[in-house]
Design a binder for this molecule. Structure first.
Ligand SMILES: Cc1cc2nc3c(=O)[nH]c(=O)nc-3n(C[C@H](O)[C@H](O)[C@H](O)COP(=O)(O)OP(=O)(O)OC[C@H]3O[C@@H](n4cnc5c(N)ncnc54)[C@H](O)[C@@H]3O)c2cc1C
Length: 401
């Protein structure tokens, strides 16, 4: 193989940068990350809520963590439950800068202002990418190409691996504000009045600051919003002003973006390419948590890719070990949770209340499994607030099975 670089990664989000870190810290292979934005920190869509499996496993330093919290609170109209799930809130742009700096310190190159346009395919094999930088279209060849372009799925879409246009789309917007926040928790509220077809959240964000946002899934927003409802900003503003447990002074940042997801069982590898993170819908479909699974997909893919590079064989046959592993470890749960998601965001207020109450009754082992999205059939049955109206939804759900 005579490539310009061993590995080229399209997209410098959590998944692409973690892939670059894995390869750069564990091998001598050359890695080039191409990021469309002018700087890594321009990707500031995310609230940055995450867990131990990210902080510990990927050596995330304290200085990019804005807050730690003891538990997660689920709320609905007339119900509130506190689950003992410790969490962390990242300064997301600073976190991305850290990942990029760490990859660079281990020998990777991160090139910003480089927008990947398409894959270079020769004899059915991906051999590189074409990208725009400084007004010019350029080409770089690599033994392995990684699509980590997030929900745009720039390469995976063109290669027919994942079609974001046919996946479920959610949008979210959040204000990061200074002011009083009395909770030591990440709070999620399932309530169509504050977030039709989705949920509202507040997370601590360090001394005298917090983040408050609203997200919804487009299909369910249509069903649960009222015709004269305002914009998502109106909802966020009402939510920020809503509660005596917090008091906002000044909005210091606004984060917004979209997320697309199917059941995550997509083609993840082909000759010369793997796709990680949201470029192949690794985001958890139940709550829209994407940092942890995106980085886990990157680690899983890098393990397989390093072995393939060592053998000088980055064929689909070798790389699909990653795809099989993902499907086995995550895909089956994500597929079930995709279906539960279709129900959860369409719940009646009574079901929202019963769901939150049931969550509060889970035992410690069940809470641990919920945190890891590794639920048993019994756990689902304990959590699920069955309602006769669910029967009418079965035909629509069948397409997800
Ligand atoms: C409002 C909101 C709040 C969220 N809150 C949380 C949360 O609290 N916790 C959590 O775990 N998850 C959260 N998520 C989801 C999480 O942010 C994503 O799942 C995660 O960032 C996915 O990582 P990724 O690396 O796969 O993709 P991305 O973060 O989308 O990164 C992809 C990168 O590729 C770049 N790119 C795109 N196209 C090109 C191109 N053509 N060429 C080169 N580069 C390109 C982009 O600029 C970007 O930097 C949230 C999402 C939204 C929208």
């Amino acid at each position: 193989m005579s490539a310009d670089v061993d590995v080229v990664v399209a997209g410098g989000g959590p998944a692409g940068l973690q892939f670059a870190r894995e390869v750069a810290t564990r091998s001598e292979y050359g890695v080039l990350v191409l990021e469309a934005n002018g700087s890594l920190s321009d990707n500031d869509k995310s609230t940055g809520g995450t867990f131990d499996q990210v902080i510990e496993r990927y050596d995330v330093p304290d200085d990019v963590v804005m807050a730690e919290n003891e538990d997660v609170v689920f709320e609905a109209p007339g119900a509130s439950s506190t689950l003992s799930i410790p969490g962390y809130v990242l300064d997301f742009p600073a976190f991305l800068e850290f990942l990029g700096e760490d990859a660079t310190a281990h020998g990777a190159e991160v090139r910003t202002g480089a927008r990947v346009a398409d894959p270079v395919v020769e004899n059915g094999r991906v051999v590189g990418v074409r990208y725009w930088a400084d007004g010019e279209k350029r080409r770089v060849d690599a033994d392995l190409v990684v699509d980590a372009t997030g929900p745009r799925a720039v390469l995976a879409k063109q290669l027919g691996m994942f079609d974001p246009d046919s996946a479920q789309r959610g949008i979210g917007k959040e204000y990061e504000v200074t002011g009083r926040y009395d909770l030591d928790s990440m709070l999620f509220r399932f309530d169509h009045e504050v977030a039709p077809g989705g949920y509202a959240w507040t997370f601590p964000a360090g001394d005298d600051a917090f983040k408050a946002g609203v997200c919804w899934i487009e299909d369910f927003y249509e069903r649960h919003s009222l015709p004269d409802d305002g914009t998502i900003d109106d909802y966020v503003e009402s939510w920020v002003a809503a509660d005596p447990r917090w008091e906002a002074q000044e909005v210091r940042a606004v984060h917004a973006g979209d997320a697309v997801s199917n059941n995550s069982i997509n083609q993840r590898a082909m000759d010369g390419l793997v796709a990680v993170g949201d470029a192949v819908s690794s985001i958890n479909p139940l709550f829209g948590e994407g940092i942890r699974p995106g980085m886990q997909s990157a680690e899983m893919a890098a393990n397989v890719a390093l072995a393939a590079l060592d053998r000088g064989d980055t064929s689909r046959e070798r790389l699909r070990v990653y795809e099989d592993r993902w499907n086995e470890e995550k895909g089956i749960q994500w597929r079930i949770q995709r279906i539960v998601c279709e129900l959860l965001y369409d719940f009646t207020p009574g079901q929202q209340r019963r769901f939150v109450t049931s969550a509060g009754r889970l035992n410690d082992a069940q809470v641990e499994r919920l945190q890891a999205y590794d639920l048993t059939v019994r756990d689902y049955l304990d959590l699920y607030p069955f309602d006769r109206s669910d029967l009418g939804k079965l035909p629509a759900l069948a397409r997800h099975v």
